[in-house]
Design a binder for this molecule. Structure first.
Ligand code: ACO
Ligand code: KIV
Length: 452
């Protein structure tokens, strides 16, 4: 690493928004959700989904309750084109669900995209082009005026093509790509150009991405509030955000953006997507839920959803991933276990959820309490007592708990790893029931764990 990174990397410029209101806002209702698992998620996979995997994930998204789903990039490949055709021709789009597809601002691709959507009841066509300085200079070789001309020409073409197909209710989504690293007046001009070319008064979603996250989330919130104010005079606009997670702050960026006035968020289940991923929609939805706001999405069986996503993406979900990871409701450490045990004991039917160290009731997501406490060398008496009582009906005095805890500690110090609840019972019986041996001898004993 460099001793002087400022010679190579530039800090993001703060917005300095005057009178910002977002810090005092509370998110009291869910946004409109757009799943881009089948597009942005898919384009980032080592092995993009075949039709069968796409269909399985699409059905899972419907079952969760998504009403807007970006189903692909039909001009990119035959699989993508055919998938969209198949959904439409086979009547697989419920009446309350709208599909969205993406196209770059290229004439041939816009035409092919519209062709893919023929016969849809309602469709969102998502047009994007980059507007940030580096992309203008390095990727497109266009100045700002030429960039605006590119937007105008392609959206007018889209309007012309879709006007000829009035049986579909067409919505334009325009994304000034790399919004987060573009000058705000340029992004605004790009959005206003898109609005004018599409036709004022027609439904349009302006989707503002942190294509590559490059600043702390408060900067993004300022950018969103700035745009919200600047676009206030335009009717029929939905302000949407599309965070990525390069700095690990995609969720924070989305939440602050909602506080700043965004009405819709795009992302993927469990944060799949380009590089470090798209915004994790499950994370934002369940964060809302733990604040007492129903997200309008159903994750009652989160493990089954994870299995589907892992199958379709052919990528694992990390054991520590928020809300869904295998270990996120498990505590090994003694003082945490003690507090959780006391939390469960003190709970009464109908109480507000207040179990220490558990921000959500695992049962609400279809998880059991089975794995909440697991024992290793970091555990204490409270956790062991909890497992023996819950699984085997063994109730210990406080003194017995202290003695047994020391025994377990010694075994774990010698053996390492973890003791299952069955192992714990066998050890307990050996010590106190079957053939008790002195606590001090245990470290030397050849303790053989039973199979879990
Ligand atoms: C931020 C995002 O996620 S945007 C979505 C990106 N998704 C994908 O790229 C997945 C699907 N993509 C594809 O299948 C292909 O890239 C295609 C079919 C779109 C294009 O393929 P190709 O014609 O071979 O071009 P290629 O992939 O090399 O892309 C680069 C070209 O696209 C241009 N381009 C990039 N973005 C855009 C855009 N939004 N609008 C118009 N042109 C664009 C580049 O300037 C470059 O043009 P040049 O060749 O004249 O220099
Ligand atoms: C919204 C589109 C252009 C996108 O995928 C991105 O910017 O990350």
């Amino acid at each position: 690493m460099l001793q002087h990174p400022h010679l190579k990397y530039r800090a993001a410029t703060p917005i300095g928004l005057q009178g910002r209101t977002w810090p005092d806002q509370v998110i009291a209702k869910p946004p409109r959700w757009l799943s881009t698992d089948l597009r942005d998620g898919n384009q980032a996979l080592p092995a993009p989904m075949d039709a069968a995997r796409k269909l399985r994930l699409y059905e899972q998204l419907l079952a969760i309750g998504f009403k807007e789903i970006e189903v692909g990039f039909p001009a990119s490949s035959q699989i993508e084109f055919d998938f969209v055709r198949w959904l439409i021709e086979q009547g697989r789009i419920p009446d309350d669900v709208t599909i969205q597809v993406m196209t770059p601002a290229r004439e041939d691709m816009i035409a092919r995209t519209v062709q893919a959507l023929a016969g849809a009841r309602r469709a969102i066509v998502h047009v994007y082009n980059a507007v940030a300085p580096v992309w203008r200079r390095v990727v497109f070789g266009l100045n700002v005026t030429q960039t605006m001309a590119l937007i105008e020409r392609h959206i007018k073409l889209l309007k012309q093509l879709t006007d000829a197909m009035p049986e579909t209710d067409w919505v334009l989504q325009y994304s000034p790509e790399t919004f987060s690293s573009a000058e705000l007046p340029v992004s605004l001009k790009a959005c206003e150009t898109a609005i004018a070319a599409w036709g004022p008064g027609r439904e349009i979603i302006l989707n503002l991405p942190t294509t590559v996250e490059n600043a702390t989330p408060n900067v993004f919130a300022d950018q969103i509030e700035w745009m919200k104010r600047a676009l206030a005079a335009h009717p029929n606009i939905t302000l949407s955000v599309h965070p990525h997670n390069d700095r690990g702050t995609g969720t924070a960026a989305a939440e602050l953006a909602l506080m700043a006035g965004a009405e819709r968020v795009e992302g993927c289940l469990f944060g799949n997507g380009e590089r470090t991923g798209n915004l994790d929609l499950v994370n934002v939805a369940l964060n809302l839920y733990t604040q007492g706001v129903h997200p309008g999405l159903d994750f009652s069986n989160i493990d089954a959803i994870r299995a589907t996503v892992e199958h379709c993406n052919q990528l694992p979900v990390h054991p520590r991933h928020p809300y869904v990871g295998e270990l996120v409701y498990t505590s090994f450490s003694g003082t945490h276990q003690d507090a959780i045990k006391k939390g469960f004991v003190s709970r009464r039917e109908g109480d507000v959820w207040e179990v220490p160290y558990l921000p959500i009731d695992p049962q609400d997501l279809g998880r059991s309490y089975e794995a909440v406490i697991r024992v290793n060398s970091q555990s204490g008496k409270g956790g062991m007592a909890y497992l023996l009582e819950r699984d085997h009906g063994v109730v210990m005095t406080r003194e017995r708990q202290q003695t047994f805890s020391r025994i377990v500690q010694r075994v774990m110090d010698v053996q390492g790893g973890e003791l299952s609840s069955g192992d714990l019972l066998a050890l307990y019986e050996r010590e106190f029931g079957v053939a008790a041996c002195a606590a001090n001898d245990v470290a030397q004993a050849q303790w053989a764990p039973q199979a879990a």
